[in-house]
Design a protein around this ligand. Structure first.
Ligand code: GLN
Length: 485
């Protein structure tokens, strides 16, 4: 089998047994990228030369190493809102088009300590605001399963590179679904860790109380392998927690028998597309046959999740994006009469329409006259949503829902209707508000497009959702299918 079709774990085994050199692996992925990237456009910056140079260094080092790290010499793509020292980090915004960070994000330092090889920086909705990657200031990315459709967003580039075989794995970020929704649309595995599981240091902030970095892979093992490396306390991020990190890869095989699955009745309503519903319930049935116990549960406040999220996330965004003023970072307007005009022209020219919309909504919700009515109220509802999940987790071990209400939509289909776009996050945003971990795995096809199943877990219990996902994967072959690009 071609190297680009292999999973990260398979490639890791090949490097460890010294059957294949890192440079051969990296070359295979570059060759594949050269074939399909012109159609998909997943990379903002492809780093072929750097990747080859790094891989050749790994070839050398490999001959001397006794203990070979899991990710040694393996190519991984990075979402372009994660800071990479000396490598342009744009957030797919004109504001940061030429911004070159002077430091690495903690996740990058950790991948480097394993000897990974960066393949490039992937496209996203500007500052991670969106669900389709159409909000990139540069170009939209296309879904490898159907080039007329979106790959999801905001981490659309990171999902598309994995689906199309341009990289075996990637990192994304998830504030309201930006890892899980594109994973579902592209037929790959994506995990949003518990808030505080993975350091956010070096992730360009969107909504700081919701943002988490997480991995994409073709398989559950691949995602577990990356989680082993990026998880854990970081002194540079005070919201990261010093809860011990288990070996996710080694515990995958644990029996799921007797574990309880909760199906929230609020997610399986009349409104849910009947084909999606059938696919998810069939997947749940497979897990039931493995000895898992299925129960209906209720998450009553999740019906307010979208409204609450779209107050909290823009509020935090409006505050975080205040730093882009033409003084500190990136873009500055060419012509202005005074300081105030420099600020306003810089922001007017540097930000796209969706980012401006969020800044306006957020500034409004935080303004003194409306703070109590909007922001404070939303925070209270967020607590109720959190409590819903904690109550449910007294009864069940995992919660299973569809990842998205439907399969990937057409490019342009929702871009003029922000409300329709926001509704595509309906099943994912509440996990961010409740801080809990959630994974999306491919579980079927509708009209030849992938469907994702979301498995949500207790705080810091990534281990159990990975085990359930792994068991499901072992009963199916969705992870072995490739789109024809
Ligand atoms: N689609 C959601 C939004 O636009 C989530 C984005 C994300 O998770 N970064 O806010």
């Amino acid at each position: 089998m071609e190297l680009w079709k292999k999973s990260l774990k398979e490639l890791s085994d090949l490097v460890k047994s010294k059957e294949v050199k890192p440079s051969e692996i990296v070359e295979a992925f570059i060759e594949r990228k050269n074939q399909v990237e012109p159609k998909i456009k997943a990379y903002v910056t492809a780093l072929d030369d750097l990747a080859l140079e790094e891989a050749k260094k790994r070839d050398e080092e490999l001959t001397k190493l006794e203990n070979i790290p899991d990710l040694f010499g393996l190519p991984i793509a990075i979402k372009d809102n994660i800071s990479t020292k000396d490598i342009r980090t744009t957030c797919s915004s004109k504001m940061l088009e030429n911004f070159v960070p002077v430091y690495d994000a903690t996740v990058i330092e950790r991948l480097k300590s394993q000897g990974y090889v960066i393949t490039g920086k992937t496209n996203l909705d500007e500052f991670a605001m969106g669900s389709s990657t159409e909000n990139s200031a540069f170009f939209p990315t296309r879904n490898p399963w159907d080039l007329e459709r979106v790959p999801g967003g905001s981490s659309g580039g990171s999902a598309a590179v994995v689906a199309a075989g341009m990289a075996p794995a990637s990192l994304g970020s998830d504030t309201g679904g930006s890892i899980r929704q594109p994973a579902a649309f592209c037929g790959v595995v994506g995990l949003k860790p518990t808030y505080g599981r993975v350091s956010r240091y070096g992730l360009v902030a969107f909504a700081s109380s919701l943002d988490q970095i997480g991995p994409f892979g073709r398989t559950v093992e691949d995602v577990a392998m990356i989680m082993n490396v990026i998880s854990g306390k970081d002194p540079k991020d005070s919201t990261s927690r010093s809860i011990p990190v288990p070996n996710y890869l080694e515990s995958l095989n644990k029996d799921v028998k007797g574990l309880k699955i909760g199906l929230p009745k609020e997610f399986y309503t009349e409104d849910l597309n009947p084909q999606i519903k059938e696919i998810i319930l069939n997947a749940v049935k497979q897990l039931e046959k493995e000895g898992m116990i299925v129960e209906e549960i209720s998450l009553p406040y999740t019906k307010y999740a979208i409204e609450t999220y779209y107050i909290i996330a823009p509020s935090e965004a409006s505050s975080n994006l205040a730093r882009f003023d033409g003084v500190r970072y990136g873009y500055r307007a060419k012509e202005y009469k005074n300081l105030e005009e420099m600020y306003s022209k810089t922001r007017d020219e540097g930000f796209g329409a969706e980012v401006k919309r969020r800044i306006m909504i957020g500034t409004y919700a935080l303004s003194s006259g409306y703070y109590d009515a909007y922001y404070l109220k939303a925070q209270k509802v967020r607590t109720l949503i959190y409590q819903d999940y904690m109550n449910a987790f007294e009864k069940v071990d995992v919660i299973i829902t569809p990842t998205t209400p439907d399969v990937a939509f057409k490019i342009g289909e929702k871009s003029n209707d922000p409300i329709q776009m926001y509704l595509s996050d309906i099943f994912t945003v509440s996990a961010n508000m409740a801080t809990v971990p959630a994974i999306s795995i491919p579980c079927g096809f509708k009209d030849n497009l992938p469907v994702g199943m979301q498995i949500v877990g207790k705080p810091f219990d990534e281990e159990t959702i990975l085990q359930v996902a792994y068991r499901f994967q072992s009963l199916n072959d969705y992870h072995k299918r490739f789109p024809e690009v």
